[in-house]
Write a protein that binds this ligand. Structure first.
Ligand code: PMP
Length: 393
């Protein structure tokens, strides 16, 4: 992997050290250029127009669907573009007819976006919500999940990779249990793509939700993959219908059914280009590169006496690393990293309030997260600065 050449595609890397890819990734120049090309040469609405620009835009938009689907091994499943992971999960929560007494199994490790939709169903539809607690190092024990599934569940909704600890959930065992006990399985892939090789057939999930903006694509892009299409879309309106009369409407088939209204056309064309960019590097190469940097980062943090890492010894993990520095507040550490060395990291509860309460970390953690464009020098600079900050704390 030619890291020098990759870095030259990301102009922002000349201005800062970016270790916040779990929040949103940076986009490389080919993605930005694809979006600009749309604006300059064929900006048009998609799916409706006959004129030349609309034909070109529609074809490119359609190509982006196909490319994203192929990238995740989408097979016969259907891909719908959404704003983000949050919207994709919401589409599942509203698209399945839940009734009183149905059970959803989720976990305390989840991002709020994979918790609130189920909490709302609990309040409004009277479902039962079972939240499986994580292990002390912030992982999910599949046996605990399977135990809950055995008791009966309509849907199991879990994150593939924790956005706090980077722990990788053992999804295969869980999906097998879901099959056996007749539960649907929603996998939140927001932190998985592009950090793991995704082949949906081998995960055995029914719904897969992820964010384009965390995989080198533009903000405002996300994806919902459905093994079997939901019958009810989140939104209805223009573009999502086959026919409309004053009496009623017939919804369109295909992805159009789930994409009412004008979509983020340039964004999804950019996302298609992001997939092409990732494929040109290779997910396996990205994984190797990120694993090496994560090892360097964890080893370095272990050598700083005041630092405690959450889930330091996780066997299966990605480059999302949460830690605290002595008694310093996480926000203070993040501020000092930014202020003193232009290093961007996250701090706080990372939209995982229940997890932080469970782990007894009300102030949350500092979170550094690796992207494919990070270098060993980035990690060295980060470790030097954390070390310095830890000494004045
Ligand atoms: N799930 C997980 C695990 C996440 O990390 C995030 C984003 N931090 C989300 C869901 C929500 O993603 P988005 O903000 O793109 O909707």
């Amino acid at each position: 992997m030619d890291i020098k050449s990759i870095r030259s595609d990301f102009p922002l890397l000349q201005e800062c050290i970016y270790l916040d890819s779990a929040a949103t990734s940076l986009s490389p120049m080919p993605v930005l250029n694809a979006m600009l090309e749309f604006e300059l040469h064929y900006r048009a609405n998609v799916g409706r127009g006959i004129h030349r620009l609309s034909q070109v835009a529609s074809q490119k938009y359609w190509d982006a669907h196909r490319r994203v689907s192929r990238f995740i091994g989408g097979g016969e499943g259907l891909i719908a573009f959404t704003k983000n992971t949050t919207e994709a999960i919401q589409a599942v929560a509203t698209g399945i007819p839940f009734s009183k007494g149905d059970t959803v199994v989720s976990s305390l490790l989840e991002h709020h976006s994979n918790l609130l939709p189920w909490m709302r169903l609990k309040e409004q539809a009277g479902i039962t919500l079972t939240l499986v607690p994580p292990t002390p190092d912030g992982n999910l024990d599949p046996d605990r999940v399977i135990e809950a599934v055995r008791e009966g569940a309509k849907l199991v909704a879990l994150t593939w990779v924790s956005n706090v600890t980077g722990a990788v959930t053992p999804v295969r065992e869980i999906s097998q249990a879901c099959r056996k006990h007749g539960a649907l399985f929603l996998l939140d892939g927001a932190q998985a793509v592009p950090h793991l090789a995704v082949d949906l057939a081998s995960t055995g999930c029914d719904f897969f939700c992820f964010s384009g903006h965390k995989m080198l694509g533009p903000t405002g892009t996300g994806v919902l993959w459905m093994k079997e299409p939901l019958s009810e879309p989140l939104l209805v309106g223009g573009g999502a219908v086959e026919t409309v009369t004053s009496e009623g409407y017939v919804l369109a088939g295909g992805y159009e059914r789930y994409e009412a209204g004008t979509p983020n056309v340039s964004g999804f064309i950019g996302l298609g280009r992001a997939v092409e960019y990732i494929e040109s590097i290779g997910v396996r190469s990205i994984m190797e590169h990120e694993a090496a940097l994560t090892g360097q980062l964890l080893d370095g943090l272990r050598d700083i006496p005041a630092v405690q890492v959450l889930g330091a010894d996780l066997a299966d993990r990605t480059g999302v690393v949460s830690f605290n520095v002595g008694a310093l507040k996480p926000h203070d550490v993040a501020f000092l990293l930014s202020d003193e060395a232009d290093i961007m990291v996250r701090s706080g509860h990372h939209c995982c309030g229940p997890l932080m309460n469970y782990l007894g970390l009300p102030g949350g953690t500092v979170r550094a997260s690796i992207g494919c464009y990070n270098s060993s020098e980035d990690v060295d600079a980060f470790l030097d600065t954390v070390n310095r900050i830890s000494k004045v704390s």
